[in-house]
Each structure stands twice: as C-alpha cells, then as structure tokens.
Design a protein. Structure first.
Length: 231
C-alpha cells in the first residue's frame, strides 16, 4: 500500500477545527502527519491544541513530525530558551496562549510555571525542516539563493516575501505555512502554501502527498471538505 503524508497548516489554537480535520482525513497505518508549526497564539485554545497533538503522537499507529513555527519561536524567546523576538510574543497573540494556560499578562517566569513540562518539551523538540520524496516542508520558507544545508533558522521560521516572490533551485517543492491566504498558494514546481487562515475565519488545510489532494475544514464547520490542488 502506498505510504501517504498529510501536511497540516497553521492551527493557531483552533482546537475544534483540528479535531474535525484529524477525524476526517483518511489516515491509515503507515501514514505520516507533518505539522508546519504555529500551533499556538491568537486562537481560543492553544493548550488544548498541544494536548491533542501529544495524544496523537502517543498513538503507536501514528507517525508525526512537528515543525517549529515562528510563534513557538517567539514563545521560547519570551521564556528565555532561545528563539527570536520574545518581546513581541504577548502582542502577537501570545496573550491568548497565556490565557489558555490559566494566566493573564504573565511575566516570563509566571508563564514558565504555568506551562506543563511535557508542553515545554514539545515546543523545544520541534524541528525546523522535514524532507521527503521531492518535498521540503518548513514553516515559513527558504532563502531562494541558498541550498538547503545553508539555510538559517531565522529564514526557515520567518521569511516571507523574498521566498514567496522568487523561484528557487532546490529541485524540490517547498510546502510551507506562515503566510495566510484565502486559498492554497500554488507556484509549482517551486512552492505550495497551506496556511489558509483558519484563525482569521478561513480554513485549516491538510495537503495529502503524493496525490496533492486537499482536505480542509472551514472555521466552525463540523466536516472535512476534499478538493484537488488548483492547477
């Protein structure tokens, strides 16, 4: 049986839509699920999202890959555990994350004390890239003038226009989140963007590989819709 990979876009605390998506995509034994990061911030239940992902990863029938998003990067920086732009964490949706852990307007020490150890370990163990079968999966994108071995963590987590507006010569298609759009962004053979803005009233989207089928949940919807990647 053909092994499939389902790449899930930015969740941003949208637990209900995540649960609908995971229940509705046709995962089978041997399939892999890759998450592009931004599990937290802005949405209603960041803590619940992490709990759901940890439960998924604990299932021996599931293989999961969790990439780091720039919002996890800001959280870690705020907590003094690496990362970038920690001073911007609360103002960029981190206040909603803190509230999901039962604390408002926290200091770094207060938020650290409120986050369960297994959640902190989850954030710290997220990866920057995942490569398979002609695809490079990252959170934000890649620097288009550098090979994969010379990408900076900052670009993988934060790059935007310089990546989106230019072709690259990796010889692989980059699947990414980070930059929300109303529909899946397609610029083949270079890139596919799957952040469809669930937290802004859009959709939570999963790209199935190698078929390139799309599985998505509208914000607040109870079912998954299936479609094909636009030409």
């Amino acid at each position: 049986m053909l092994r499939r990979t389902f790449v899930v876009g930015d969740i941003h605390g949208c637990l209900d839509e995540l649960c609908v998506l995971l229940s509705g995509i046709p995962l089978a034994a041997g399939d892999r699920t890759v998450f592009v990061g931004d599990y937290i911030d802005r949405g209603p239940d960041s803590r619940g999202v992490v709990d759901r992902l940890l439960a998924l990863a604990a299932d021996p029938a599931r293989e999961c890959v969790f990439l780091r998003g720039n919002h996890e990067d800001m959280l870690l920086a705020y907590l003094g555990r690496g990362g970038h732009y920690g001073e911007a964490f609360l103002a960029n949706g981190g206040d909603a994350t803190a509230e999901s852990y039962g604390i408002g307007d926290p200091t770094p020490a207060e938020l650290m004390a409120a986050i369960p150890a297994e959640h902190l370990r989850f954030f710290e163990e997220t990866k920057l890239t995942h490569v398979e079968d002609g695809y490079v999966i990252v959170h934000a994108g890649i620097h288009p003038r550098r090979d994969l071995n010379h990408q900076s963590a900052h670009d993988l987590l934060w790059i935007r226009d310089e990546f989106i507006r230019r072709p690259h010569d990796l010889g692989q298609t980059v699947v990414f989140g980070h930059t929300p759009s109303r529909s899946v962004y397609v610029d083949l053979p270079y890139k596919i963007g799957i952040d469809t803005g669930c937290v802004y009233g859009g959709r939570l989207t999963a790209l199935e590989l190698p078929s390139r089928a799309l599985h998505s949940v509208r914000r607040g919807a109870p079912t998954v819709e299936r479609s094909e990647l636009p030409a």
